[in-house]
Design a protein around this ligand. Structure first.
Ligand code: FRU
Length: 486
């Protein structure tokens, strides 16, 4: 599909747009596809004051299809513009999908790198070692909206010969005058890894090295990201094929980070332990960027491929999936901390504050709220906590285990557990059909979709004798305008 066919098709899908509007599960403060399907956030950046959020998008189908890059812009993270889709599968190198990629901001504009997906159909293939092309593409835009160049940078031939056809999702990391492109890979022995390519001009790229963790860790690493924060190098990625171990890796695919030390010059790479970024049900393909204030912001896909729970509740309204709230990162005491972006506070409406001992019940409108609980530390009485967030959604903490339990409204999502020794504080963001829970200043996060029959729900504090403080805020909605092409 190229831009012309998209614009021609667009009016035909008026019913879809009307249907979407009828859904009570449309989110109030999360980015969603205007219609159809959304997955990974792509090309995150801020350029001349404007934040660009692109995403994997099939506008006319609430299911798996050929990907475009959808596009939102915002200056303040509350008022958004739905821009025209930015990238279309309109060349022979990306005809079966403009897959995930990233942005690199320069003075005069933005460079983007993404994977052009081609799926051969002429005979039978395994689509692992053959049958697929994953081309590395480059483009340039002076403003984040118009494209002046779209060109092929590398093909599978340019990747090391021990790679399968699965090499994708480029992200740029600048270090000591060089650009390094990190891509996710699966080698011919089914080992997940990242590939590094080097360039000094963003145009000419050469394979630099292939990097593995000490122990094999899954068969494919999708959507890698490499950045520095508070003096620490971090590599995030989404390993597939990692077995559950106790309370680790409860999801079908993982999404997490390694604190790393990549000495590029000497090609020495050290990995510390992998930690999941989020212990909830719906998190994948996170990407980060540094905004003009210097903050490292992470956004993830609030979904996951191949899960055995569903999102059918919204599919019948012609849309599916959403992105997490933007989260500001920091690194402290060996841990990555995530906290909701400060700008989300602009959505606060009616508020209440009380002592935890007095907190019983609250009924925020449409189940859209922000709730903070500070537990007074080292109080024996805080040794167990239970909160009912909705009819059949419970949070509890006891004997060092923090649980999220869901009933029917979880559509197959039942329980996720995180090991939390001491519970110091909780920040809960509840939207119509999504909940994000930040535990202990964001040391742990749990994200989930939820499909309640009705949204007149109550929050109930069920445990007795806890000591601490509560602050609650009802939350308003994002304002989203559609950009109309003249
Ligand atoms: C991750 C992913 C990426 C790929 C994109 C396709 O969810 O599979 O590896 O580029 O989605 O939509």
């Amino acid at each position: 599909m190229n831009k012309e066919t998209y614009l021609k098709e667009y009016p035909k899908y008026k019913n879809m747009r009307e249907n979407v509007k009828r859904d009570k599960n449309r989110l109030h403060f999360h980015m969603m596809p205007p219609t159809g399907w959304m997955n990974d956030p792509n090309g995150l950046c801020q350029f001349r004051g404007v934040n660009h959020i692109y995403f994997q998008y099939t506008p006319f189908l609430a299911g798996w299809g050929t990907k475009l890059w959808g596009h939102y812009t915002t200056k303040d993270w509350v008022h958004y513009t739905e821009e025209e889709p930015f990238l279309f599968p309109d060349t022979k190198w990306d005809r079966d999908g403009v897959y995930s990629g990233s942005a690199c901001v320069k003075e005069d504009g933005i460079h983007y790198f993404y994977t052009g997906n081609v799926k051969l159909q002429d005979k039978e293939y395994d689509y692992i070692m053959n049958g697929r092309e994953q081309n590395t593409m480059h483009l340039f835009s002076p403003d984040g909206k118009n494209i002046t160049v779209k060109e092929l940078v590398m093909t599978n031939e340019d990747y090391p010969s021990n790679m399968s056809k699965h090499v994708r999702d480029p992200k740029i990391y600048e270090k000591d005058g060089y650009y390094y492109m990190i891509q996710g890979g699966r080698d011919d022995e089914n080992r997940g890894c990242v590939l590094l390519f080097q360039s000094d001009n963003l145009k000419d790229w050469k394979w630099y090295d292939t990097v593995y963790s000490k122990q094999p860790f899954g068969y494919m690493w999708e959507c890698p990201d490499l950045f520095e924060i508070d003096g620490q190098q971090i590599m995030t990625c989404c390993p597939q094929g990692v077995e559950q171990q106790g309370y680790e890796y409860q999801n079908v695919y993982q999404c997490g980070y390694f604190p790393v030390s990549f000495d590029m010059e000497n090609k020495k790479y050290e990995f510390s332990e992998f930690t999941e970024l989020d212990k909830g049900f719906d998190i994948y393909a996170t990407q980060t960027f540094q905004d003009e204030k210097g903050r490292r912001i992470l956004i993830g896909w609030m979904g996951i491929p191949d899960a055995d729970y569903d999102n059918d509740a919204t599919v019948q309204y012609d849309w599916i999936h959403a992105l997490t709230m933007p989260r500001e990162l920091s690194f402290k005491d060996g841990k990555l901390l995530q906290k909701p972006l400060k700008e989300m506070q602009q959505l606060r409406k009616n508020e209440f504050h009380c002592a935890l001992s007095e907190f019983v019940q609250w009924e925020p409108k449409d189940s859209c709220f922000e709730l903070h609980i500070d537990f007074e530390e080292r109080t024996e009485k805080n040794s167990s906590v239970k909160i009912q967030l909705r009819e059949d959604v419970f949070l509890s903490w006891e004997k060092g285990l923090f649980r999220l339990n869901m009933g029917k409204s979880g559509h197959g999502r039942k329980e996720r557990i995180a090991e939390i020794k001491q519970l110091r504080n909780l920040t809960i963001f509840s939207d119509t059909s999504a909940i994000e829970i930040f535990i202990n200043d964001g040391e742990n996060v749990m994200t989930t979709r939820v499909y309640s029959e009705n949204l007149e729900q109550k929050v109930t504090f069920l445990s007795k004798g806890n000591v601490g403080n509560v602050a609650g805020y009802e939350l308003g909605s994002f304002v989203i305008e559609k950009h109309e092409e003249k």
